[in-house]
Design a protein around this ligand. Sequence first.
Ligand code: DGJ
Length: 759
Amino acid sequence: MFIFYHEKSRTFHLQNNQISYIMCVLPGGEAAQLYFGKRIHDREDFSYLLEGAVRSHMAYPQESGSGLSLEHIKLEYPSFGTGDFRRGAVEILQKNGSRESSFRFKDYRIMPGKPALTGLPSVYTEEADEAQTLVMTMEDPVSSVLMELYYTIFADEGIIAKSAKIISDSDEEIYLTRAMSLCQDLPDSNYEWMQFSGSWGRERFPVVRPLAVGTTEIESLRGHSSHQENPFVILKRPHTTEASGEAIGFSLIYSGNFSISAQVDPYRVTRILAGINPEWFSWKLDKGESFQTPEAVMVYTEHGLNDLSRIYHNLFRSRLVRGYWRDKERPILINNWEATYFDFNEEKLLKIASRAKECGVELFVLDDGWFGARRSDNAGLGDWVAAKELLPDGIEGLSSKIEALGMKFGLWIEPEMVNPDSDLYRAHPDWALCVPGRTPALGRNQLVLDFSRPEVVDHIHHMIAAILKNSRISYIKWDMNRSITDCLSAALPPERQGEVYHRYILGVYNLYERLIREFPHVLFESCAGGGGRFDPGMLYYAPQTWTSDNTDAAERVKIQYGTSYCYPVVSMGSHVSAVPNHQVGRITPLKTRAETAFFGTFGYELDLNRLSAEEQNEIKEYTSFMKKYRRLIQFGTFYRLQSPFEHNESAWMVVSDDRKQALVGFYRTLGCANVHFSRIVLQGLEPDFCYSVIAGEAVYREKTVKKIESFYGDELMNLGLIVSDGTSGKTGEGIMPPSDFFSSLFLLNACAECPELEN
Ligand code: DGJ
């Protein structure tokens, strides 16, 4: 039992071994938030936590008396207008022009497990005892609107999932103009706000600032979660580090326009709101209709940021990602995009694939340019039929030829878009989002299809499903290369235009759901011009995401480091590409490129035929190394050790569940002369285990290493691993050269002869 209800004090306590989440019903029926944090004892009544005081200028509900102002109470899912002067979680425009509502407790139910959200992605349970869900029903009698607030607590970790459903029982139409997924009031503001911001080619760089009185916010109004901001925020205590201290994460399982804000009031109470961005949002509800918000997942830990990430990684990897690929090691792929761009034919593709096959690659992915008149990004998007002049036997023929080589075949699509120069657009110009009388903005020469219209989604489904049915396709890369503008649907009446952004993303989810159900063995990788839609909503459908178009190793260390705060290694698409790098022009060693890409799904994005014989041999080593260690890397526990945003030398590691094996990745940006000695303090090992350490190039030739040194886990986690010569002190072979863009791996194995291991 995780959820207690104390009838007398009308108090709910959601509790597991890690956390407590406590709220109560006020005398007037409003729901108040009392505590969220480390587990505490249960008691009948926590109302001593309600902080009431008579203050100048406050407003108070008449039935509660002058001491209790909603402004000074921490609330569950509040609305603006009745005395709480902070931002509200819900706003309803009614026929008489009022936007005021006041929801009062009606009843509640507690259920085992966790219900799914219709049409929306969400975390789930497999067994009923993994979680318990409280559904609190609230009612605003004046507007005749009901609200169901969902709270799920998971059994073993500090996780609370929240969402809300708003149901109209009003005879008059109402408009939801704000319907957040989560409102979380916290009793103080002594936090640092950590967001993950960027732009194309430099996604999810951590940005940290202290909370202060006023509002701090991140948002997207681009129609996708965006390169610029990610729907994820951490509040951490100022002293919190990767290894210790309190932190709370807020992750929104949504891929469209969003907002996450922290409003600190003059009494230092912090209100977090997360959900669909209220800008440009409204949703009409007629009697009997309901609106389900996306889900937000809060994680609490007192053990530092790595622990927060561990909890998100495990949850998302095992209870958000679904289906055949969820627990499977990911195939090592080669993608032809940077090898050929639009300049290819079947012969060229088969040459790239054959060489890759020789190097041990398992999956060949054909990227953009294979269909319609798509010889550049000017034309053809929307015409999902293979171009016979490039592929004489179509995708069917090419996929069979690739399979005959002994590889799997994958294909790129961008189903949400259309070039004006395409048969699809000529046939259905009204299927693109645009405002009559205005010229819509182009992005990469393309318009956005109106995925809020079921017939548009049906048509695209028909085209894509036909290709999947008729060919031998094991993988789909689903791209999305521009943000939404001119957001008006020709199919909706004026009063429903505020629904288009959300209906669009529901259309995307719908197409994904249909395709993954029909083709359950196909591995989907989502992409939006690199990492422009790297969010948990996408992970519900596509188990992996192309992390960034920037494949430069030095930049990728940063991008993957930043992404790892919320998202698991196994979700990060990561490729070795050619030098000079196509995005930044940098030349980095092949080894560094591989040792960066290992910490993801791993693949190649270059023509291996253009490498020397020596380099091709290296590629073979990297491929077989990844095959050997991908279970450890993709399903072990990941720890950030030293940040590339703060140091010239950075590091991360993964540790197996039984802690008997670990792999450390160490990266140096710029070389310097007469360098200092450095050590990296490791995490997650068993203090009493003794680990052999193989360092540097020797990890690729383990069997030939003659002398291997070993260290206790407590040494490595306190004194640290000596990395100053790249070979763990005197261990292994070779000296770490003082070069730029250097990397080294350290492979740790608990030694079999260690007496500690026998217990
Ligand atoms: C953007 C993607 O991020 C790239 O990997 C590639 O697929 C191109 N689109 C193709 O147009």
